[in-house]
Each structure stands twice: as C-alpha cells, then as structure tokens.
Design a protein around this ligand. Structure first.
Ligand code: CP3
Length: 355
C-alpha cells in the first residue's frame, strides 16, 4: 500500500476500510497555539514566516507534537498565488490580508505577472520538501491552494470583504472577464499544486471559502468549473500512490451533489448541513470531511465530546469519513480543548468501523 506509518487519511479519502476515523483540523497550525505566536514573532510577521522554510516546517509540526493528528498541512496561505502575480500582498495586524494593487478591469488581468513558478513560489516547495523530510513517513502531508473564485475575490476586492460587491458586479456585468480571470488563476494553480506534489504533498485540498456567495448557476460557471479545470490538470498518481483531492466549498449545501462529479475524491462539509444529508447528496461517489462547528471548541469538554459523538453518528457506520471542523479553528480556542476533541475521535470512532 503506502510506505506511511499512518495512512488512515489517504485510506479514508479513498473510501477504503479503516480501523478508526482519521482527524486533522483546518488551521491546526495557528494563533491559538502559544508556540506558534512565539515563532511568528521571531519571524517578524506572518508572510516572513511563510517565506522561511525551516520556520514554516517548525510551525507545521507544532500541532502534531501536541495532538494525535493523522495529517500535517503545509504552512502557507492561499494568497501566495496572487502575491506571485504581482499584486503586493501584505497583512495589517488585526485587519486581514490586503493587496497594494487590485484588479479593476480586463487590462489589469492582461497585465498580471504570469509567475515563474520555481522562482516566485519556490519557497513554498522548499517548505514542503523540508516538512516531508521531517515527517519521515509518520503521517501524510496535505498541500493546498485556494479555488480560483476564492482567490479572485481577494484580487478583485483588494482584500477581505463582507459584501463582495465588486466581484458580484463583475460576474453579472462582465462574465467573460471573470471567466478570463478564473482561467488565469487556474492555470497558475495547476503548476503551483503540481510543484507541491513534486515536493512531497500526498493529498491536496482546494479551499473554496467564498464560492457559495454566488447564485447556483454562477457558482457552477465560475467556481466549480475552474476547480474542475485544476483537478483535470493535477498529477493524480506518484510513486504508485493516488494523490487524493479534497474540495471544500463552504456553505455548498445541495451543490455538494454537483461537486461530487468534478473528479475529486472527497468533499469538505461545513456545519450548516448534517453529514447524513450531505451523504445523500453525494451518493457514495466521494468521501466527506467535516464538520463540527468550530464554536463547539469554546464549550466545555463534555460538550466537545458530545459534539464528536454527534458528528460521527451523523456520518454513520462505514468508510469514507475524515473528521475535521466545518471551518478553521479560531484563535480564541484553548489548546486543551482541541486535545479533548482529538482524543474523543480516537475513543469513539472505532465503533463506526467494521475493520
Ligand atoms: O490550515 C493550516 O494550518 C495551514 C495554513 C493555512 C493558512 N491559511 C495560514 C494562515 C491555510 C490552509 C490557509 C488558507 C486560507 N487563507 C484561506 C482558506 C481557508 C479559510 O480559512 O477560509 C483563506 C480565505 C486565506 C486568506 C487569509 N489568510 C485570511 C483571510 C487571513 C486573515 C484572517 C485570519 O484568520 O487571520 C489569513 C492569515 C493567515 N493564514 C493566518 C494563518 C495562520 C493568521 C496570520 C497570523 O498569524 O497573524
């Protein structure tokens, strides 16, 4: 099979039998960990941390030292891609990401720098190589990128947004311009993810945080189609091992049934629907990952354990489930609470498997 000591994640993503449900957590390396905040301040700021492969490796491994997690996720960001396209990414503390230059017209799209992937994003591949070496086959390394639409929202809005007025206007007024932007981002993302796979990533997640702000037809045209283009372009097997792809569209709801046909092995599910409902939408075509409400981690240990049981019960018995939150862990969570969650998955999930 694989030469990994723990290949539960890859097996579950392929819907093969497992002895218990694997667990990893979106944003598992992050500000809720005091040791992360320490390394970030040593690096100077978040972007400098992403650009330093040894420190990026150190923070990637921090959560694995504390918790019995079944995967590592490359420490980086989805916005490294538009940064490499010349938009000038910066982070204002407490204010989220911002771009010096935003996309205002079709001319700005034509003027984007098409990255020289090794030169402009090689620091990400170097981090993946260092992490893969340090993991030494203990658990798989997940690589990732944003969906073209999600990355595009930051490029068109110039940073985080509440209303997404500019990109929604573009979708309605100049759909062909938005198609062009989706294609440009998708093409770079294919090279970017294949570079991560070459460097040692053993599974890939595409983060589509904002696709579901679109109406359903526009979601299919802009977000889903461009993710399918990426999937069609990725290396799907390396050293005889399948590279499974997870697509996480937050708030996808009934669109999960469309997403189940775009060629990925698994779909991420947020907490707005139950896993048993999600399972009906995807009809055993793909595995599911999720979906405990991240706010549950602010509750008592007893409530966290109950939340784990409820999530496992909602998916039900059988293979094809990866335990995760329905979105990233937030900075206000006590690390001990995440330990309660991970331990509960280890304790309760074996009874949901027949192996
Ligand atoms: O999951 C992991 O542990 C891997 C690292 C990771 C980061 N960002 C590190 C990060 C991953 C997978 C991401 C993905 C990402 N980045 C997404 C999609 C997932 C999601 O959360 O919806 C998005 C939309 C971004 C863009 C981004 N990066 C925003 C909006 C912000 C600011 C908001 C925030 O949470 O602070 C970031 C910064 C960021 N990316 C941090 C981390 C650990 C916090 C920066 C800090 O340390 O100050």
């Amino acid at each position: 099979m694989t030469n990994l000591k723990n290949d539960l994640l890859l097996r579950a993503l392929m819907r093969r039998p497992v002895s218990r449900t694997p667990v990893w957590i979106m944003r598992q390396a992050g500000r809720y960990l005091p040791e992360y905040r320490k390394i970030r301040s040593e690096a100077g700021d978040f972007l400098s941390l992403c650009k330093n492969p040894d420190l990026a490796c150190e923070v990637t491994l921090q959560p694995l030292k504390r918790f019995k997690l079944d995967a590592a996720i490359l420490f980086s960001d989805i916005l490294t891609v538009p940064d490499a396209m010349g938009l000038g990414l910066y982070f204002k503390p407490g204010d989220g990401p911002k771009f010096k230059n935003r996309i205002r017209s079709i001319h700005d799209i034509h003027n984007l720098n098409i990255p020289d992937i090794e030169k402009d994003l090689g620091y990400v591949f170097e981090a993946a190589r260092v992490i893969h070496r340090e993991l030494n086959g203990s658990v798989p390394l997940i690589g990732f990128a944003g969906s073209p639409f999600t990355v595009g929202t930051y490029m068109v809005e110039g940073g985080s947004s509440r209303e997404f007025l500019n990109i929604k206007a573009l979708a309605k007024e100049e759909p062909n311009t938005l198609d062009l932007l989706m294609n440009v981002i998708a093409e770079t993302t294919i090279e970017y993810l294949n570079g991560q796979i070459d460097a040692g990533a053993q599974a890939i997640q595409i983060f589509d945080t904002w696709g579901a702000i679109l109406d359903d037809d526009d979601f299919r045209r802009f977000s889903m189609k461009s993710m399918q283009k990426i999937i069609d372009g990725l290396i799907r097997e390396k050293d005889g091992q399948r590279i499974p792809i997870i697509v996480f569209t937050k708030g996808a709801g009934s669109l999960l049934s469309d997403l189940a046909d775009i060629g990925c092995e698994a779909l991420g599910v947020d907490w707005s629907i139950d896993l048993d409902t999600a399972r009906k939408y995807v009809k055993d075509k793909v595995a599911l990952q999720g979906n405990l409400n991240p706010k549950t981690l602010l509750a008592s240990p007893e409530n966290i354990r109950q939340g784990v049981i409820d999530t496992l019960t909602s998916y039900g018995v059988g293979p094809g489930h990866v335990f995760n939150l329905g979105h990233g862990i937030t900075p206000d969570v006590k690390p001990e609470h995440l330990a309660v969650l991970v331990d509960a998955v280890h304790e309760f999930s074996p009874s949901f498997h027949n192996e």
